[in-house]
Design a protein. Sequence first.
Length: 162
Amino acid sequence: MTEPTATRAPVVSGTDHAAVLVWIDAREAVIVRWTDEGSSVDRVFSTVPAHRRSTGHVRHDPLTRHGGGGAPQTAGEPHRLEHLERFVQEVADHLVGDGDVVLVGPGTVHERLEAHLREMDSQHRRSRSINTRRTGRLSERQLVAQLREHIGASPRRRRVGS
């Protein structure tokens, strides 16, 4: 189905707080983990069809009045939602043993993932902090910086001009 790829970010320390940040949309999820050894970045790609490809051409019955006949409007959308639910489940499976979770993304997929994680946590009687925030596309460095900010780790300092 999808294969996660992992890249190792520079190891930085300064906190012993385990946390994870997930940037997610319908095409991919970027999972940034923070442990006492530092940060790591994993990517999970989805097979969710785009909106324009999933619905295709919608035919309208000329005898249907304006506003009626909702079935042709949803042509292909249940198939897309089924793929999306499987993708959200797959990403949630990557977050089972993690501590605090921060979910960010441009659309509503991060909200779906939040609901799914809360349901899983209640079923397994786990307690963890889950925060969500709407944001656009971010680079891996920006995601690591946001996770550092969330857990209160000091930012990396660089020497300039030496």
